[in-house]
Write a protein that binds this ligand. Structure first.
Ligand code: PPS
Length: 570
């Protein structure tokens, strides 16, 4: 019998109080100080309390934390690779003492659990980064979270679960470990191979998982992560709709789909061990570890953080004590002349191998290009296209920036009219002056107020473009950092085209249509852009326009041509 069964005498416990005790705990908790759980902590606490992280019964205390970092084990000696910690702000930690109970709540204030504080300490995050991720490089998403998002102080202690975190989506597909074990028992499944994924599943995944199940003469559990995955991944709503479709491609009664609210760390080999422990707790007997399991992508120099099969090697070393078997898999490739998928190590040089990388797949989606059926089932592609339409159907923002009087509004208006004539886009113009009359009427021209003004424009533009619309913005937007912020916000869901209307100060001043430059020179207007307030020129604008040599009509035309070349405009 393996260590994990022994840990709980063969019975998997959950961490929730009984109904009456939970009611009493809720009353006591009114007197406790409350911590609002972060998104990641909400994922972690759910899996601690439902037993998926068994043998953990709470957030790690200091001895366990240090032991996990140095030995990859809890202080009891049980293997455990990832520190599950409750990070809080120094301000919250101040005044807390060991032995004190605190209330842990979701963002709506619902009490999830109480925790009796065992330890309070300030971790050395660099040591943690190197131990868990093997690097301090903040381009690694796990390190980035640790260094830039996780709070400074850790609290350790056991939990008393009161209410599980609420979910409004896909409830029927979310199972606790005991529910899933019950399901396997009911189905008579004695051997279950688990497949972990954070991506939509294509043909290669389906071939791989089905092959794994056949080889092991086992049933299959598709167990995707719907908590937190790598930033930039396809959202879980879309993915789950895809999983629901692909599950129909497996022979009936052989395969189950269940969702796990895990917050991934992208820690590669160590994460693979963690994933396996969890799947064991969910009642699985086998776990698929493929190429680059839970990999964080490449570092800024293009080097992978972990070897492609490093997770399999680490797993092999600990397989016995983990008490769940690894099903190692090589990358699957499509062999055209056989119209069949094969593991890459089973191919011979005379075979014609076809592959499409993830990057190429995304490019084809973005550009609305064909995706062959050997790569993905049509119903999966159709589902993905709904939330990831081609560029010509995606929203975008044309963000003009330039000095007062540079010609931004004139060109923006010309662009608006040309787009309205084309007629295939819904366009909103957020002109500097118009915004100041409506959205920002109480603001002046201090740095703080200008930033607020631009942030508001950015927010509105990002909402418009997120839903497929086009926003044309034409403020001065004199500060680089604020423009960068707006770009980042918009680019989460849409395109961003920065247009620098680079009319020189000399020309603007000579034109002085509103007479403002004269007033600024005379000291009647203070903090005027270009006179006594800075204009920080864009460094990477998509388009630079010199109005001295280009008419507004031609300038707008140039922007349309650029939009066409980027695929946003047909
Ligand atoms: S900002 O910096 O982006 O928030 O400015 P914006 O909202 O585009 O507003 C610029 C217009 O306000 C008038 N104006 C001033 N501009 C710059 N500096 C100062 N101190 C100032 N005071 C008033 C000016 O008419 C700008 O209009 P445009 O259309 O740019 O010429």
């Amino acid at each position: 019998m393996g260590a994990f069964k022994e840990a709980h005498g063969g019975i998997l416990k959950d961490g929730y109080l009984g109904e009456k005790a939970a009611e009493e705990e809720k009353i006591k908790a009114r007197e406790y100080v409350s911590w609002d759980l972060t998104s990641r902590q909400l994922c972690d606490i759910e899996l601690i309390l439902n037993g998926a992280f068994s043998p953990l019964e709470g957030f790690l205390d200091k001895v366990d934390y240090e032991s996990v970092l140095t030995e990859m084990r809890l202080a009891s000696g049980l293997i455990w690779p990832i520190p599950i910690t409750l990070d809080v702000t120094p301000a919250f930690a101040e005044g807390l003492s060991e032995g004190q109970s605190i209330a842990l709540r979701d963002p709506e204030g619902v009490l999830i659990a109480t925790m009796k504080i065992g330890d309070i300490w300030t971790p050395d995050k660099n040591t943690e980064a190197v131990s868990v991720f093997g690097t301090e490089n903040q381009a690694h998403p796990g390190v980035d979270y640790l260094m830039n998002q996780a709070n400074e102080v850790y609290l350790g202690g056991n939990l008393n679960g009161v209410d599980p975190p609420q979910h409004y989506d896909f409830r029927l597909l979310r199972d606790t470990p005991s529910e899933l074990r019950g399901h396997f028992r009911k189905m008579g499944w004695r051997k279950v191979v688990a497949f972990q994924t954070r991506n939509p599943m294509h043909r290669a995944h389906q071939e791989l998982t089905f092959k794994a199940a056949i080889e092991q003469e086992a049933n299959l559990l598709i167990h995707p992560v719907v908590g937190m995955t790598r930033p930039g991944d396809i959202d879980h709503y879309t993915r789950v709709r895809c999983y629901e479709k692909i599950i129909k491609r497996y022979p009936e009664q052989t395969t189950s789909l269940s969702l796990v609210n895990l917050a991934m760390r992208m820690a590669g080999p160590k994460e693979a061990i963690w994933h396996a422990i969890m799947r064991k707790n969910f009642g699985c007997t086998h776990f698929i570890v493929g190429r680059d399991h839970a990999g964080p992508g490449k570092d800024p120099d293009g080097q992978p953080y972990y070897g492609p099969y490093e997770a399999q090697e680490l797993f092999k070393k600990h397989e016995k004590e983990l008490d769940i078997s690894m099903v190692p898999f090589q990358q699957m490739v499509y062999v055209e002349d056989r119209a069949q998928y094969l593991p890459v190590d089973k191919t011979t040089p005379d075979m014609k191998i076809m592959t499409i990388t993830g990057t190429e797949f995304r490019r084809r989606l973005t550009e609305g290009l064909e995706i062959p059926e050997w790569y993905s089932y049509p119903e999966i592609v159709e589902e993905l296209r709904k939330t990831h339409p081609p560029r010509s159907k995606q929203g975008f923002v044309v963000f003009f920036t330039g000095l007062s009087g540079s010609g931004k509004s004139t060109i923006a208006n010309a662009l608006l009219v040309k787009m309205l004539v084309n007629g295939d886009r819904r366009v909103t113009l957020l002109d500097g002056d118009v915004v100041r009359q409506n959205l920002s009427s109480e603001l002046g021209f201090s740095k703080e107020h200008r930033d607020l003004n631009i942030t508001r424009i950015g927010y509105v533009a990002s909402e418009i473009s997120k839903h497929g619309g086009v926003a044309i913005c034409a403020p001065i937007a004199p500060y680089r950092a604020t423009r960068r912020q707006v770009r980042a916000l918009v680019e989460e869901n849409a395109g961003f085209i920065e247009v620098h209307v680079a009319t020189t100060l000399e020309t603007c001043e000579k034109r002085d249509r509103k007479g403002l430059y004269a007033k600024a020179r005379a000291g009647l207007i203070k903090g005027f852009t270009g006179i006594d307030d800075p204009y920080e020129e864009p460094e990477n604008a998509e388009i630079v326009i010199h109005t001295e040599t280009l008419s507004p009509d031609l300038a707008a035309h140039r922007i349309l041509v650029k939009l066409e070349s980027l695929g946003f405009q047909r």
